[in-house]
Design a protein. Structure first.
Lengths: 235, 236
């Protein structure tokens, strides 16, 4: 078995593990995109106070924010097949990857909904009035005037949420998904060098997070380029 | 597969017995993290030579990697380290006699320190500089001004952030089940696999976490109202 701790293995493991970064990013991308759709829909239901649905969305957001992602993962993994069996759809043999994407999409959706709601509320109502005054209708003023400004306000929080979600994907292996962490577990089983595997994983996650932070910062500067300095400080 | 509603209650009673361990895994790391976070935030604000770089690296790394990594690295790394030191100096300490929960607590404390330091930093920065100057003008020194004037305001303003961190770490403590700690998620897993009723057990566990979160949010609201009472009136 060799030495108990062999630093050179950390470097050796990185290529094997980084090959599975694609799966991790795939989970992230799919769940963020789905989460955006859920989040915008939920935020609109909340903002326009659609009866019944508004209360359901409040319950949904409270539940997602009130339970650990691990519990949500297990609930979707064991619960969704049970629910769908009532309408005679058997998904118990579906790839665990899809359960992970569904869970993270639901979780992101709740967080995004709160972020969007706050951001849309933060846009001055005078903007909507100004849009009406130049003859726009409801949806035009929302999509052309309010939403673009809300996205600018929401962006830093969305970015934080995405990075948090990336770190959360490291729990997907608990229901048997072969992402970076899952591959790490099999490497440990094969080589018994747990510490080195986790160190390589930490290096990869850290590097990916740093790259994401850099990209987000560049994009943030871009969407704020029309803002005068004092506004972007307070906004 | 049908859902056995009655079993949720049975599981609930079984899982809630593990509540103390979950609370230990939440509160102790936050208390340790409170001290680490405050120290790190002050080092970064006063830009202490050399230490400032270490602090920046620490915060960036711990916020940039998943918490499960910290638990795993310490869980596998510390025993090796302890055994090496022990054999070198003949201390006679064996790593396998140390309970696993200590490793988990260490890892969670270090993560909590990194997250809390950012909250302290933003809280301290948000207190206007005039407060510090006013404290100097009545003859306080830097330490007095910090502990009597700036920190109380910074902490009072950061209460919503502290609540978020508390809830975050309450949920994070569920990761400890992966290193076979019998906290609530671990207990739910045991109940689930011995009775082969996975869904019911995790529903019960989810309900407990949800209830705890709602209680924490309510308490935080009350504490915030009390702590920021000085800040009322005028235009606010």
């Amino acid at each position: 078995m060799g030495k108990a701790f062999d630093p050179s293995l950390i470097v050796d493991f990185i290529p094997t593990l980084i090959y599975y970064l694609g799966v991790t990013l795939q989970i992230l991308a799919a769940s963020v995109l789905l989460g955006m759709v859920i989040g915008i829909a939920a935020a609109i239901l909340r903002l326009f106070r659609i009866p019944v649905l508004n209360q359901l969305v409040i319950l949904y957001i409270s539940f997602i924010r009130g339970t650990p992602i691990l519990i949500q993962l297990f609930l979707v993994f064991y619960g969704l097949p049970a629910i769908l069996l009532f309408i005679n759809i058997d998904i118990s043999r579906m790839d665990a990857l899809y359960f992970v994407i569904i869970t993270y999409a639901l979780s992101n959706g709740a967080h995004f909904a709160e972020i969007f709601r706050g951001a849309i509320k933060a846009v001055d109502y005078g903007q909507t009035e100004a849009a009406y005054s130049v003859g726009m209708n409801n949806s035009q003023s929302f999509f052309r005037i309010v939403l673009p400004q809300a996205i600018r306000i929401a962006f830093p929080n969305i970015a934080n949420s995405i990075i948090g979600s990336l770190k959360d994907t490291s729990l997907a292996f608990t229901i048997g998904v072969m992402d970076m962490m899952g591959r790490g577990e099999t490497l440990i089983a094969a080589t018994a060098h747990a510490l080195e595997v986790y160190l390589s994983l930490a290096v990869i996650y850290y590097a990916v997070v740093l790259v994401f932070e850099k990209i987000f910062r560049l994009y943030e500067n871009r969407i704020n380029r029309h803002q005068t300095v004092d506004v972007s400080v307070t906004g | 597969m049908t859902i056995d509603i009655l079993f949720i209650w049975t599981a609930f009673k079984e899982i809630i017995k593990a509540l103390p361990i979950t609370l230990i895994l939440t509160i102790l790391p936050l208390l340790a993290g409170f001290i680490i976070g405050l120290a790190v935030a002050l080092i970064r604000i006063y830009k202490v030579k050399f230490l400032c770089r270490v602090a920046n690296g620490y915060v960036s790394f711990f916020r940039g990697t998943p918490i499960i990594m910290h638990i795993m690295l310490i869980y596998f790394g510390f025993p090796l380290l302890i055994d090496q030191i022990s054999t070198k100096f003949d201390l006679g300490i064996q790593s396998n006699s140390i309970p696993i929960i200590l490793f988990v607590l260490t890892a969670l404390s270090l993560s909590a320190g990194a997250y809390l330091s950012e909250i302290f930093r933003s809280g301290i920065i948000s207190v206007s500089n005039g407060q510090m100057e006013a404290a100097y003008s009545v003859g306080m020194n830097s330490f007095q001004a910090m502990t009597r004037i700036v920190l109380p305001q910074a902490i009072a303003q950061s209460i919503p952030n502290f609540t978020n961190i508390f809830i975050g770490f309450l949920h994070t403590s569920s990761i400890a089940f992966i290193v076979s700690q019998k906290e609530m998620t671990g207990a739910a897993n045991i109940v689930a696999s011995t009775n082969l009723k996975f869904l019911e057990s995790f529903i019960a566990a989810g309900l407990i976490y949800w209830g705890l979160t709602i209680i924490a949010e309510g308490l935080s609201f009350l504490i915030e109202k009390k702590a920021t009472a000085y800040n009322r009136g005028g235009v606010q």
